[in-house]
Design a protein around this ligand. Structure first.
Ligand code: ATP
Ligand code: MG
Length: 325
């Protein structure tokens, strides 16, 4: 995740070699260099009207300015690295919480592989082997194996720690992939979400893993909010659409809602109303969305649920047929 103020995509990479050299050493080196240069110039008669003291004073001011600039640049880099670390830690923590669901998710295709493998063996061991049925069972085995490897690939991608990589991505594909990971978690909360993926032309320049992290945070918050209401009342709506060159995602729940005075504090670090909450989920969501040059906000009517929405600039605006540009 990037420090939202800098919008510098290289935030998590190693700092420039110049910045690994401490600011004070650089200043001393520059200062000595400037003093030597000015002394040479002075000796050579270039400065007629200025005293050496004036010159040294100017150089001291210049060195001080360089020092302050370098120091603030270093602090900025350190902040960016700390934010990236935090995003990674919270992602891994979330994955830990989802471990049971993920294990269950991987187990499903594995069970399908075993049962289709047995079926295939039975079709082949008949006196008259049924090759068509055996072939179909093999196809299902291959599809299930692909599904299992997809899940492990997604989990690995979420747990890995590397620099953000922004590429052209379909918001809808990212949502689908994320929902695949959360299927068991949703079932555990007895929530059957309604999915309306209307952002067909929603190509965004995004780091896939980071956007998944945002969507996971929003959906888990919605699930947790609805733990307090009866199972029959739980309804989760996940929608995407494209409007005004932005791809928009909205997660709406039927939880208890959020009081008007709490709404402005939701995205601040460590704000939580949960006993075991860290209060970092939404704060991280906001910095990720800022990094993607987007916007994120929440609306709610206490007692009537909440909506969390983010909007990202779209890369290729393909208007659906019939819609004027
Ligand atoms: N869908 C929601 N409905 C009601 N309140 C919500 C919802 N989403 C977030 N909140 C409120 O916003 C607070 C901050 O959410 P955030 O995700 O940042 O932290 P958290 O869920 O408390 O902890 P964690 O860091 O583990 O995610 C929550 O504690 C909760 O009070
Ligand atoms: Mg949360």
């Amino acid at each position: 995740m990037l420090d939202p103020r800098t919008k510098n995509p290289a935030y998590a990479r190693s700092p420039h070699p110049l910045l690994t050299f401490t600011g004070s050493k650089i200043v001393v080196a520059l200062f000595c260099l400037l003093v030597l240069t000015s002394m040479c110039l002075h000796q050579g008669g270039f400065y007629r009207g200025e005293s050496t003291a004036d010159l040294l004073h100017s150089l001291t001011v210049l060195a001080a300015i360089i020092f302050v600039v370098l120091r603030s640049k270093q602090a900025e880099e350190a902040l960016c690295r700390a934010q990236a670390q935090l995003a990674h830690v919270t992602r891994v923590t979330t994955l830990g919480e989802l471990a049971a669901s993920i294990a269950h998710e991987v187990n499903q295709p594995l069970a399908a592989i075993v049962s289709n493998g047995e079926a295939c063996r039975n079709w082949l061991s008949r006196p008259q082997p049924n090759l068509v049925e055996a072939h179909q069972a093999l196809q299902r085995i291959i599809a299930s194996a692909h599904r299992a490897s997809e899940i492990t690939r997604h989990v690995w991608a979420l747990s890995r720690k590397c620099d953000p990589l922004r590429q052209d991505e379909s918001l809808n594909d990212i949502v689908r992939e994320t929902l695949g990971l959360l299927r068991c978690e949703l079932a555990h909360h007895k929530i059957n979400p309604t999915i309306e993926l209307g952002a067909i032309a929603g190509q965004v320049s995004a780091d896939r893993v980071q956007l998944q992290q945002v969507i996971i945070n929003l959906i888990i918050n919605a699930c947790q909010a609805m733990d307090t209401v009866g199972a029959a009342q739980r309804a989760l709506l996940i929608r995407t659409w494209v409007k005004d060159n932005e791809a928009v995602l909205e997660v709406t729940d039927q939880g208890p809602g959020i009081a008007a005075d709490v709404l402005p504090r939701l995205f601040t670090p460590f704000f939580t109303t949960k006993e075991k909450g860290l209060g970092m989920g939404l704060c991280i969501c906001r910095s990720i969305i800022d990094f993607h040059d987007g916007r994120i906000w929440a609306t709610s009517t206490a007692g009537q649920g909440s909506s969390f929405v983010f909007a990202l600039p779209i890369r290729v605006a393909i208007q659906p047929p019939g819609n004027p540009p």
